[in-house]
Write a new protein. Structure first.
Length: 262
């Protein structure tokens, strides 16, 4: 718990038997109230490892796909009563020691509701083992998305994110894609609603046991990122021309009006 806010760390597991325990060992237990794994029908010992180290574990049957599994994770986080839900891939690419910093960013008087842990904002992405082709693709797609979304981030493709409860309760994330594009579907929806986004620098490490998608899937993912960003670009300009306000701002004005009437 941080400043009275309950924190849940949720992990989408898939063939993570070799890295799960190392990841969980670095989670600050004095701060985190719940550690939850949603296993997507792995055929290895991921579930057995989770039970051995004593974390909450759920198993999907059948396999739901990456996005479907993350949806389960986020829902389990909400069901735990958490105010802050941290999505952390259990592949040991990302440092769980940054959880306090990410949670702290969401406590700034509703300034931010989504935090990205960027692997490319500082030094170390390439030296940490990120393939050059992936780094260059990441850089290009991120800059394109920055332009389309009207935001400034150094990475949109991280598997380490933190969400506020109010964001997840206001967006129908269960209606989004079940594919790898889910994380950025949710981010674009958050931007469209008017929620604040920010990032912190996260050192990365690519080890032999770390997970990674194939080039074919990465290509499909990159194209989809550009498609949803392009759609949001035109949505932004449509809103500017029509004078329409983001939903969050509309809700805030309605709430202020109700308070004034009472």
């Amino acid at each position: 718990m941080l400043q009275g806010k309950k924190i849940a760390v949720v992990m989408p597991g898939y063939f993570a038997e070799k890295t799960l325990e190392k990841t969980v060992n670095e989670i600050p237990k004095d701060l985190v109230d719940a550690i939850i794994l949603s296993d997507d029908c792995s055929k290895d010992d991921t579930v057995a490892v989770a039970k051995k180290i004593g974390i909450e574990v759920h198993v999907n049957n059948p396999n739901l796909g990456y996005g479907g599994n993350v949806k389960q994770c986020l829902q389990y986080g909400l069901d735990s009563g958490a105010d802050i839900i941290v999505l952390l891939h259990p592949d040991y690419q990302y440092s769980p020691k940054l959880i306090p910093a990410m949670a702290g960013m969401l406590l700034l008087d509703c300034t931010y509701d989504l935090v990205l842990a960027s692997r490319t904002s500082g030094r170390g992405a390439l030296s940490g083992g990120m393939p050059v082709w992936k780094y260059l693709a990441n850089w290009f797609i991120t800059n394109y998305m920055d332009f389309c979304l009207g935001r400034r981030h150094t990475e949109y493709h991280t598997g380490y994110r933190a969400y506020s409860r109010r964001l997840l309760e206001s967006i129908d994330f269960h209606g989004l894609s079940d594919d790898f594009i889910f994380d950025n579907n949710l981010l674009v929806a958050a931007v469209d609603h008017g929620y604040g986004t920010c990032e912190i620098t996260c050192p990365t490490r690519y080890e032999e046991d770390s997970s990674s998608i194939s080039f074919k899937k990465a290509l499909k993912y990159g194209i989809l990122c550009m498609v949803i960003a392009t759609k949001q670009f035109f949505r932004r300009w449509e809103r500017k021309l029509s004078g329409e306000e983001p939903r969050l701002l509309q809700q805030q004005r309605e709430e202020e009006a109700r308070k004034a009437e009472s």
